[in-house]
Structures are given as C-alpha cells and as structure tokens.
Design a protein around this ligand. Structure first.
Ligand SMILES: Cc1cc2nc3c(=O)[nH]c(=O)nc-3n(C[C@H](O)[C@H](O)[C@H](O)COP(=O)(O)O)c2cc1C
Length: 107
C-alpha cells in the first residue's frame, strides 16, 4: 500500500510516518535507526529555549541531527515567545540560514 505524502509548508514528507517526540528517547542514534526503518519525519528531543540561548553543551548536542534524517522537526520549549524566537533564530544562524529541511515545532 502506498501512503500519500504530506506537505508542511515548503517541506514534503514522502512517507507520512512520523516519529513521536519522546524526550529522553529520541536522541540521534535512536532516530537514525528509526529512519532506516522508514520514518518520514523525525522529531528531536525537547530542547529548552533558555538553554539553547545559553548554548549549553546538552542543548547543542540535542539540536544536532544527521543528514540522513532530513527532514527533521526540532522541538523547542519555552515560556515566552521572545526566548523561543531567539532560540529558533540561533539555530537558523548555526546552520548558515539553511533551514530547507527543518520544521520548527515550537510549543
Ligand atoms: C517517554 C516519552 C517521552 C515523551 N516526550 C514527549 C515530548 O518531549 N514532547 C511531546 O510533545 N510529547 C512527548 N511524549 C508524548 C508522545 O509523543 C505521544 O504523544 C504520546 O505517547 C501519545 O502517543 P500514542 O497515542 O501513540 O500513545 C512522550 C511520550 C513518552 C512515552
């Protein structure tokens, strides 16, 4: 059975099977295995916007992904729109403004 792709803005998810966000579980090794089994979209672990702005070691580790995983959805959590926006912008900048493959899941 062929499942129809899904479209999120400019990003096409060819296989509409999405890895649920799971803090403490969905680290990069786990996600790359799930992708090998055919997931269409992976979600990072939850990243605290404040920690992202401070560029803590843990937040930098959590926001990494392997090219084979793209498209990836990054899960940013925060208390204010300002800090969440800053954290999202920082990530865009770190990737040289190339966010063709990333979907920002801001909650
Ligand atoms: C260990 C664990 C961690 C989770 N972490 C997150 C999370 O970081 N963000 C989120 O939105 N949901 C999180 N969830 C919720 C899941 O993504 C999912 O919505 C929930 O398990 C219900 O899915 P189900 O109806 O298929 O059981 C987590 C669930 C589990 C079991």
């Amino acid at each position: 059975m062929k499942l129809a792709p899904i479209q999120i803005g400019p990003v096409t998810i060819d296989c509409p099977i999405v890895l649920a966000p799971m803090t403490g579980v969905t680290d990069m090794p786990f996600r790359t295995i799930v992708r090998r089994f055919g997931s269409g979209l992976n979600v990072t672990e939850m990243i605290a916007s404040q920690a992202m702005i401070r560029e803590t070691r843990q937040s930098l580790q959590k926001c990494e992904w392997h090219a084979s995983e793209e498209p990836v959805s990054m899960q940013l959590a925060g208390c204010t729109p300002y800090e969440m926006g800053e954290a999202a912008k920082l990530n865009e900048d770190r990737r040289g403004g190339d966010y063709r493959h990333s979907i920002w899941a801001v909650r």
